[in-house]
Design a protein around this ligand. Structure first.
Ligand code: NAD
Ligand code: NAI
Ligand code: ISE
Length: 344
């Protein structure tokens, strides 16, 4: 049966997801859209040739009985209210990161979902579906490099706008590393510290960029993540896991190599939309398939969203204090004990 989607937020990623559900993936259809910018929601009908209803807000969209599931792709501060309203309406929800902008907000979602009695929510931590990260996880779990001891990661964006603030390096950008790195090594975070190297001349006046975030796990693994959002040369995601017996690294983006004008090289992507295109496809296909098969989504849970929010809050505290800050999670409810599968 076709899953009928309503989209809440028709900006950059909302449009990407509308496109993939309409043209590429199997089993889904967009039947409703809304955006605080109504003109943007209306525009999607013509741009993507949708046969869909435009609603004035999330509540009216959720009241449409033909909507089976929603994509929450509005900006982060609006996510919590839409997700809670969707749970209340008993609809499935695929919500982009962050699940909510505070740990308390994530807990409210966790509690509402548990009260509902079965999983409805999947968070858009798409890196868990990226074949490179899945291969890294398999290598670690097979003990190919022995025990993992350290991770060196980098998250580089070519540039950001004037509205990108220092804390966004954590809750908008590092949030992907926060989710994927502890998942890779199946460990919990214990502490976080942030240091600031020399500031890039490309960073706007009020932005501290680059930043180095050091995360320490309960098992003693130390992870260092460079966040560098004005690196200019490309959109570049690096991850190297150093173990007792060897080192494994995230594969580079596949590109032809070239010899030209006295150079030998390969291309580097410029846009996040392209770097994880397969992972975005897989996460949404898995969302639809697993709900059809089991009645519940299989991907990253509301609890994963909560872990990311607690860790991000501690990292933002560390940005301001310069100190090593503790990361304290509540006990995981049994409701979330079923491990999410890595899908490749
Ligand atoms: P965007 O600004 O392009 O789009 C956001 C849209 O949401 C805008 O059209 C805005 O008008 C609308 N909106 C805001 N509040 C709303 C509300 N309350 N109700 C309805 N619509 C609302 O932003 P974006 O780049 O598409 O990012 C959207 C979300 O996707 C963010 O949470 C972001 O973190 C996430 N994102 C994830 C990835 C990823 O790699 N997984 C990449 C980019 C963005
Ligand atoms: P965007 O700004 O392009 O789009 C957001 C849209 O949401 C806008 O059209 C805005 O008008 C609308 N909006 C905001 N509040 C709303 C509300 N209350 N109700 C309805 N619509 C509302 O932003 P973008 O880049 O698409 O990001 C959206 C979300 O996707 C963010 O949460 C972001 O973190 C996430 N994202 C995730 C990425 C990933 O790699 N997984 C990549 C980019 C964004
Ligand atoms: C954006 O919201 C994303 O999620 C991208 O994956 C990330 O690279 C970028 O820094 C964020 O702003």
């Amino acid at each position: 049966m076709t899953m009928r989607f309503g989209v809440i937020g028709t900006g950059a990623i909302g449009r990407e997801h509308i496109k993939r559900i309409s043209n590429k993936l199997a089993g889904g259809k967009i039947v409703a859209v809304t955006d605080v910018n109504q003109a943007s929601a209306e525009d999607t009908l013509e741009t993507f040739g949708l046969d869909a209803t435009v609603y004035p807000d999330d509540k009216t969209l959720l009241a449409d009985p033909t909507v089976d599931a929603v994509l929450v792709t509005s900006w982060g501060p609006a996510h919590e209210a839409s997700v809670l309203a969707a749970i209340e309406a008993k609809k499935y929800v695929f919500v982009e990161k962050p699940l909510a902008t505070t740990a308390e907000g994530c807990m409210r979602i966790v509690e509402a979902e548990i009260k509902h009695g079965k999983r409805l929510v999947q968070v858009g931590f798409m890196r868990r579906y990226d074949s490179g990260y899945v291969q890294l996880k398999e290598a670690i779990e097979n003990k190919f490099i022995g025990e993992p001891l350290m991770i060196r990661a980098a998250h580089r964006n070519p540039e950001v706008g004037e509205n990108y603030t220092t804390d966004m390096a954590i809750h908008d950008t590092l949030i992907h590393e926060i989710d994927v790195l502890h998942w890779l090594v199946n460990d919990d975070y214990k502490t976080v510290q942030v240091t600031y190297p020399k500031k890039s001349k490309h960073a706007h006046e009020n932005l501290k960029d680059p930043q180095i975030v050091t995360l320490e796990t309960e098992g003693g693994i130390v992870m260092s993540a460079e966040i560098n959002v004005n690196c200019k040369y490309g959109y570049d995601i690096q991850c190297e896991v150093i173990g007792e017996e060897g080192v494994v690294s995230l594969p580079e983006f596949q590109s032809i190599s070239f010899r030209k004008n006295a150079m030998f090289g390969t291309n580097v992507l410029m846009d996040w939309k392209d770097r994880f295109i397969d992972a975005y496809d897989k996460e949404l296909q898995d969302f639809m398939d697993s709900i059809k098969l089991t009645g519940e989504p299989n991907g990253p849970t509301s609890w994963d969203g909560y872990i990311a929010a607690v860790t991000a809050d501690a990292a933002i505290k560390a940005q301001n204090s310069g100190e090593k800050e503790q990361i304290s999670l509540k006990e995981k409810p049994a409701f979330y004990n079923k491990q999410t599968e890595a899908v490749n």
